[in-house]
Design a protein around this ligand. Structure first.
Ligand SMILES: Nc1ncnc2c1ncn2[C@@H]1O[C@H](COP(=O)(O)OP(=O)(O)OP(=O)(O)O)[C@@H](O)[C@H]1O
Length: 855
């Protein structure tokens, strides 16, 4: 940290710098100096390191030390700011508030905006969330300033992580001291705020949105509004006056959606790969959207697939119809291809950062949307969803026409540059423009008049910024100059004059130019107001366009890849013929398709097989295809019947990478515990090699107990990939469990992977053979084989039998104890004869079950 030098020692400019830096200690202060934003002291070191800028220095005062500084040009500052903010820094923009040439003394400066990762709405970095903790409840809001989305709810700690992972905000606001670590799961930055900030936020939210009661917004408690207020105030105070468009906060509900737990999001690589690459993700494989709105919608439904069969079928039939009506699909794509991102434009316009070109883009978008509506409203769609989408699109042609009538087609980038308003919009503006355009001929006329009057043919009228307009006469002709010419400047071979007539002409021309700029700005501002008054209707249209883009993207990808429509049922089944994993298939030559058969009677698949045999690819495939089917999408298979699920949980090995600070095994157990707590009978669970983080026998015992627990208590559809062949014994012990393995063939010492799923358990794990294929030294491989055969003969089998016998004994003991407790709890005095008979028959039934289970 740098020390603040005493005021007296600093130059006035640096003392002004310190003033602003004190107000924004957690920000990098971009201090405007002429055409540059300069960074000083420690900020300069950070700027130089992060942006590769050259570090220089300047004196801090008379005879004082030099201080480090570096700068970025004002005109290209956006890229630098984006880079810093993406890395989690906050940037305060300290602007010059007056023209340096006009300023008396030190130029007046002000911080006009603070840009933070969550509030940088021009770049869609995914917005900000705020968590307010009270007791055991977590009240959490998410606000996206790029799109205006604003939702909130009340959660448990587990759910709050899920909420945060779903929205992936780039910044999370917390009460000071709150222990929450979303950065372990998503790329985000935390900002801690005082309690007082939260209460102030709530007041501002209630006032600005004119909220009468939290109930009117559909919330159940006032606390749910507290994080909304805080997020809103944070956005507002960083933007200094111009808050981007934010809709009223709505209660977050995942009621209509399948719950995708945050481990599944990572483990199934929905939005990015384990390594954080967005281009290797399920999203990248299925994304055929053409607009920003559609892209966001697709991401949303990857994390929020539809829950109810009716809704899935509604979406699916719209997708199917688009795959059948290829001409309509082609035309819709033509419209969408050129569609600007309406949601982003609205947010720029409300945030007052929109340029005139943004308005021209909005015009284009509104015209396109109304043509889309016009073109397809009457079309013969049988899908009710498609019909209603086109019907509900707003016709905002009038507003588009208004923009078209007002702004030129190719306006300048900045409002202040002028030249953005069309002729004919205002008489006064046209008149002033006429004066300006004719100024040249008025001046030439006057010049000609003076030449005639003086007889000096070389007399000319010129202009410079210091003097304005002047008359220049060469020295030999000075004798012809009339007395009313006023001398202003003497040059080596000529003199310059002005006249009253020239001054008044100048006044007219210059004031017309200034007035034109003012008037253009006024007209532009009033257009902005007219657009803002329609902002909600525009946002509604944007939503419909986004959803249409979502549907066409699913249809397009289905046609492109030859995917098939899955049958959707409410039975607890997942039956897939020749299913393929859409992401792995894109990277693997000759992907081998596999079948899946899960139903109420056989709901647990245990998949064994050597390393690299394709176990985890297979279980992920089943989860991904189930998820896609719930989005209303077609899926890569020959045919499929997918029974609706309530949630998808996936525990896939590499999920640990981000979760630092907790041991791999502990982390795995925490994940399993939370899956068991939140899954239900309608869930789909996929588990990859659980228990591998501890000793083999602990791992086997835990995995076995886990499968038993799922089979008896949770009853969810489950796929478990494991190396522990011992687990496969469960098939004989518990109903509903079926063993499968990924087949391999052996040629001498070599193992060939067939990637084919077969019934029954694998023959062995071939770990050593795989290690050999990976290039481990032969000597090491030979030694490993020796050790393995020692273990196999001496230890493993007897031990395993002991493990089983012990686990069965414990389970039996527990059941007998429960049985005895039950008998003891019978209150004979208060039991009617009829009840006694019932109790007796229950006792007999239990006794029979216990006997059957005993070894
Ligand atoms: N169905 C398939 N068709 C073709 N190649 C496949 C198939 N499934 C998997 N593979 C290939 O095999 C590789 C290993 O697959 P996967 O990671 O699923 O194996 P695994 O059995 O889970 O291995 P480990 O036990 O070591 O984790 C994949 O990266 C992919 O290249």
């Amino acid at each position: 940290m740098w020390n603040t030098p005493s005021e007296g020692e600093l130059t006035p400019m640096l003392s002004q710098y310190h003033h602003f830096k004190r107000l924004h200690p957690d920000c990098l202060l971009f201090f405007r100096l002429g055409d540059f934003y300069e960074l000083f002291y420690e900020d300069a070191h950070i700027g130089s390191k992060e942006l590769g800028l050259v570090l220089t220095s300047r004196p801090s005062g008379k005879g004082k030390e030099r201080i480090p500084m570096c700068g970025v040009p004002y005109h290209s500052s956006t890229n630098y700011i984006t880079k810093l903010v993406s890395k989690g820094y906050k940037v305060a923009i300290c602007e010059q508030m007056e023209d340096a040439t006009q300023a008396k003394g030190l130029v007046r400066r002000e911080v006009i905006r603070v840009i933070t990762p969550g509030t940088y709405f021009e770049k869609d970095l995914s917005g900000l969330a705020c968590v307010y903790v009270k007791g055991k409840r977590y009240f959490c809001a998410y606000l996206n300033p790029s799109t205006g989305e604003f939702v909130a709810g009340s959660f448990s700690q587990e759910q709050v992580y899920e909420f945060l992972c779903k929205f992936s905000p780039r910044e999370v606001l917390l009460q000071r001291g709150t222990h929450l670590e979303p950065e372990k799961y998503i790329r985000t930055y935390k900002t801690e705020l005082d309690e007082e900030y939260f209460s102030r936020g709530l007041e501002e939210l209630i006032r600005d949105f004119n909220l009468h009661s939290y109930r009117s917004l559909g919330f159940e408690t006032q606390e749910e509004l507290i994080p909304c207020g805080c997020a809103y105030l944070y956005l507002k105070s960083t933007q200094r006056g111009f808050t981007p468009f934010v809709s009223k906060p709505k209660p977050y509900s995942d009621e209509g959606y399948v719950r995708i737990d945050y481990r599944a999001r990572r483990g199934l690589e929905l939005l990015e790969s384990y390594e954080g690459r967005e281009d290797i993700s399920l999203f990248s494989v299925i994304d055929r959207t053409l607009t920003g709105m559609g892209r966001r919608r697709l991401k949303f439904h990857l994390l929020h697939p539809f829950r109810s069969r009716e809704r899935i079928l509604q979406v699916q039939s719209a997708v199917e119809e688009l795959t059948e009506k290829r001409q309509a699909l082609k035309e819709i794509r033509e419209y969408l291809k050129d569609m600007p991102d309406i949601e982003r434009l609205i947010s720029r316009i409300s945030g007052n950062v929109a340029t005139p070109r943004d308005f021209v883009l909005l015009k284009k978008a509104l015209f396109l949307a109304s043509r889309l509506k016009e073109g397809f409203s009457g079309a013969e769609f049988s899908s009710s969803l498609l019909k209603s989408l086109f019907e509900d699109m707003q016709d905002l042609r009038e507003l588009a026409q208004d923009i078209d009538n007002t702004l030129v087609d190719d306006p300048p980038l900045h409002v202040k540059e002028g030249g953005l308003i069309k002729d004919g919009v205002s008489h006064e503006l046209d008149r002033l423009r006429y004066i300006c355009q004719n100024s040249e001929s008025l001046l030439r006329e006057y010049e000609e008049k003076l030449r005639k009057e003086t007889g000096v043919q070389s007399l000319k009228i010129g202009y410079n910024r210091v003097m304005g307009y002047y008359i220049e006469v060469t020295k030999p002709n000075l004798k012809y100059v009339p007395s009313y010419f006023k001398r202003r400047q003497t040059l080596s071979n000529a003199e310059r004059f002005i006249t009253e007539e020239l001054s008044s002409l100048e006044e007219k021309i210059l004031s017309a130019q200034a007035r034109i700029k003012d008037m253009e700005y006024e007209i532009f501002a009033s257009l902005r107001e007219r657009v803002l008054s329609k902002v909600e209707a525009i946002a509604r249209s944007a939503q419909k366009v986004g959803f249409l883009d979502y549907l066409q993207s699913l249809a397009y990808v289905a046609l492109e890849k030859g995917w098939k429509k899955p049958q959707i049922t409410d039975e607890k089944v997942i039956k897939i013929k020749e299913g393929r994993h859409p992401l792995i298939e894109a990277f693997v030559k000759d992907y081998v398709p596999n079948d899946t058969s899960i139903d109420e009677r056989e709901n647990i698949m245990i998949i064994t097989g050597p390393n690299m045999a394709g176990k985890s690819s297979y279980i992920r495939q089943v989860a991904v295809l189930t998820l896609l089917a719930h989005m209303g999408s077609f899926i890569p298979c020959q045919e499929a019947e997918i029974g609706t699920v309530s949630s998808i949980h996936a525990r896939i090995g590499s999920g640990d990478i981000l979760a630092l600070g907790v041991s791999t095994f502990m982390n795995e157990m925490l994940d399993v515990a939370s899956i068991l707590n939140s899954a239900d009978e309608r869930s789909l669970i996929v588990l990859d090699e659980v228990g591998r983080g501890t000793s083999t026998y602990d791992g086997i015992s835990l995995t076995k107990a886990l499968v038993e627990y799922i089979a008896k208590r949770v009853k969810a559809r489950t796929l478990l990939a494991t190396h522990y062949l011992e687990i496969t014994k469960l098939e004989e012990e518990i109903n509903g469990i079926r063993n499968y393995h990924m087949a391999v063939s052996r040629e001498g010492e070599r193992v060939n992977f067939l990637y084919r799923l077969k019934r029954g358990s694998a023959e062995g794990s071939f770990g050593i053979e795989v290690a050999k294929m990976a290039g481990l030294p032969q000597e090491l491989i030979n030694r490993a084989k020796e050790i393995l055969s020692e273990y196999e003969s001496m230890l493993q089998l007897p031990f395993l039998e002991r493990v089983y016998a012990e686990s069965v004994r414990i389970a039996n003991e527990k059941s007998w104890q429960e049985f005895l407790d039950y008998i003891e709890s019978i209150d004979i005095a208060n039991t009617t004869p009829l009840q006694a008979l019932l109790v007796l028959s229950q006792l007999k039934e239990r006794l029979k079950m216990l006997k059957d289970a005993s070894p």
